[in-house]
Design a protein around this ligand. Sequence first.
Ligand code: SF4
Ligand code: FE
Length: 487
Amino acid sequence: MVLMTGKEYIETLEKRGPLTIYLMGQRVENPVTNPIIRASMNSIALTYDLAHRPEYRDIMTTKSVLTGNTINRFCHLHTGVEDLQNKVKMLRILGQKCGTCFQRCVGMDSLNAVYLTTYDIDQKFGTQYHKRFIEYVKMVEEKDLVIDGCMTDPKGDRSKRPSEQNDPDVYIHVTERQEDGVVIRGAKAHQTGAINSHEHLIMPTLAMRNEDKDFTICCAVPADVEGITYYYGRQSCDLRRLDETKEGDVDCGNPVYGGQECLIIFDDVFVPNDRIFMKGENEFCGRLVESFAAYHRQSYGGCKVGVGDVLIGAAATIADFNGVLKASHIQDKITEMTHLNETLYSCGIACSAAGQKTEAGNYLVDLLLANVCKQNVTRFPYEIARLLQDIAGGLFVTCPSSKELSDPETRKVIEKYLVGAEGVDTVDRIKILRLIENLTLGRAAVGYLTESMHGAGSPQAQRIMINRLSNIDEKMKLAKALARIEN
Ligand code: SF4
Ligand code: FE
């Protein structure tokens, strides 16, 4: 049994082969010591550390269905609806603890989606993908790895199929078939936790047609394999992590934890046969994409709710620091925030509780409810953030730099004029305001707002699924039956 600690996880990243990473025009030699990147690693490290805390053990760890060993739930194939609900609960806890995206869920979601899809492919074509994939999952469980579920291609001209693009590299595709494997080329965009992952589990980004067979590839490569380059995504206020004064931490808002998104370039990367889980079976791309998307749309009913809890806590704290916590309109706004947040959680739990066993044996969430969950996530966090900004007042965007606190003369002025309710430390008041800035405008807003909009598919992707699954014919029959309409 391997259950790594957060420290051991960071050590595995240090021991990897060198990665080619670009961040703001510079090559990053050691991502582990880079303050911008390190914060995102700290968030994943939490997924390891909590597994060792007795109070979280039941939720963070579970028994492997493949080996019977105790494993981290992030490596797990779901064995029932309780498992699916525990996943949502786990993500809520982690969101509460780091206040941002902790990145590891895409791997868990891709493991489950590839597991059920490889089974279906083998049933139809007599291939050996599922057996291979089981061996891969065992390795992931045993080593307690972070997997980057690698789905979104850059896509180029959206009006064209992958095979019609002027430059085929805007979709990952096979460029060479060899006896012992294939060579792939292309890119994946918006990759959550890419540099912090041990492995990339590459999946097709959309349903492919016969002419797109070269683009129909599902496979795994180590994050340090030859031929990969990472372009680190800039996020709002990221340079604040480079502030050197102790007070600089105050301006970060959330000094310890962050998220990470990257553009990954695959420049003729070799993939051996035992790491290929789909190659050309384009009729199964839809199943893979839909199931991965559904699992990740379920995830948002957990992680965003946990971060939502932090927003609600920040709203109550700043109201308290301003001396208005008991005001009825403040209480009403906090109640509304809670109502919205718990609605999202209800969706995450509901799509889990209504999950079904797949042919492969693992459990898949209810597709319609998972899409409803994510559709709500594209909206409610914006309202929750709006209410937080309303309660906070304007100071979270007009507050002088914390460097002013380093000079005794200017500090005196800040303390005198930015004072809040009696007995509240002015610096504490600034700290919570900076956290609010971080959550609604800064780095964490990427995870809480924009990712809520576009992560796991933009709103229209869910509306297409909701429309497809809504069974309108059946509902028309219900209405007609009551109205005594024959046909
Ligand atoms: Fe996990 Fe949420 Fe980040 Fe997705 S957005 S990786 S579900 S924390
Ligand atoms: Fe995401």
